[in-house]
Design a binder for this molecule. Structure first.
Ligand code: AMP
Ligand code: FES
Ligand code: ZN
Ligand code: ZN
Length: 326
């Protein structure tokens, strides 16, 4: 049986690239210092700053909120969380329940944004009306509402729970489809554009899915183990994930080396042309009309961005998750 390199207790994980094996306690410590190094190296948080963590109720966001709540006092930033109930039946009900329990156990203020309460429809119905795949509508809604929440809360950044496995897949997909403009957005952090968009940070940038799962599980954090019923094994992302896992097992460390190198070269990739402008309806980031206002105008007859911002702000205030001055 593998033993912890530090204390000799039975190991819960071994890293083949460094032949490092660790027991539960030393793994939890190792994970926290890895995330702390990521936050420091890429300057993702600042002392006195305010981070709003986007919590889905799954394992990655449980690890995210767990580790950020431990690091927030050490690094001197304030932390709150936001969960979006996407209205996907039992899956969303259980995810919401897990997010609420998680935030309560960690003592982090949480605002719950309920899509059905806001629009009268959940992701499945929106997708049918928009004649688009549920995941694409869902991604659009999540991007819009997490950004709106970050702006309304006056957060310095919205923290996302993407792990290294996810990000390597997205980056590879962007190369293969030559969607090169997507690459700069896949780094450890993006800058805020005052009034229009809040920066997005990925504290788990260099942590694998396995580490993220183990951290949440071994810390006893509540999370929903189910996969979204709309997740499809036929998607290119899923296929790439399998291939990358097989490459990683033959070349341990490849994934994080790739991401660390990519993070240094993000400025070499093309950026969208033209200046970002406020959406003419809701005022958030767009190139004229934002995708959320366009989608809701088409299927509900009204651009819902302004109402969404008001609703999100009320929920954040109710949760004590706003830090606007003046
Ligand atoms: P996904 O887009 O599902 O891969 O999720 C990526 C990240 O977005 C998660 O790690 C969370 O930080 C955030 N996220 C996803 N779903 C939700 C949700 N329902 N509510 C709040 N944040 C979410
Ligand atoms: Fe969005 Fe599955 S979580 S469609
Ligand atoms: Zn140990
Ligand atoms: Zn808008």
């Amino acid at each position: 049986m593998a033993r912890c390199r530090v204390c000799g207790a039975p190991a819960v994980i071994c890293y083949p690239e460094s032949r490092l094996c660790l027991c539960r306690d030393h793994f939890l410590e190792h994970f926290e210092s890895k995330v702390e190094r990521t936050l420091r190296r890429y300057r993702l948080v600042r002392e006195g700053g305010f981070v709003l963590a986007a919590v889905s109720g799954g394992k990655d966001s449980a690890a995210l909120l767990g580790v950020l709540s431990r690091l927030s006092s050490r690094l001197g930033f304030r932390l709150a969380a936001v969960h979006i109930d996407l209205g996907i039946g039992e899956y969303s009900r259980r995810s919401r329940e897990a997010a609420v329990r998680l935030a309560r156990e960690l003592g982090v203020p949480l605002a719950v944004i309920d899509l059905r309460e806001l629009l009268g429809l959940g992701v499945p119905e929106l997708a049918v009306k928009a004649r688009r795949p549920p995941c694409s509508v869902c991604g659009l809604v999540k991007r819009y509402l997490t950004n709106a929440a970050g702006v309304e809360a006056c957060a310095d950044a919205v923290a996302l729970g993407h792990n290294a496995d996810d990000l390597a897949v997205y980056a590879l997909k962007s190369f293969l489809t030559q969607d090169l403009e997507a690459i700069p957005k896949l780094g450890p952090g993006t800058e805020s554009i005052p009034g229009l968009a809040v920066g997005r940070i990925r504290p788990l940038y260099l942590a694998s899915e396995k580490e993220s799962f183990l951290y949440a599980y071994l810390s006893g954090l509540p999370f929903n183990h189910e996969e979204c019923p709309h997740a499809s094994r036929r998607l290119l992302e899923f296929i790439l994930k399998e291939h990358l896992a097989s490459l990683e097992s033959r070349r341990p460390g490849l994934r994080t080396q790739f991401l660390a190198k990519l993070a240094k070269r993000l400025n070499d990739y093309p950026k969208p042309e033209g200046e970002p402008r406020p959406c003419r309806h809701c005022g958030l980031l767009s190139w004229g009309e934002c995708s959320f206002c366009r989608l809701t105008r088409r299927i509900l007859g009204e651009p819902m961005g302004p109402k969404a911002r008001e609703y999100v702000r009320a929920k954040l205030e109710e949760a004590g998750a706003v830090m606007c001055r003046g």
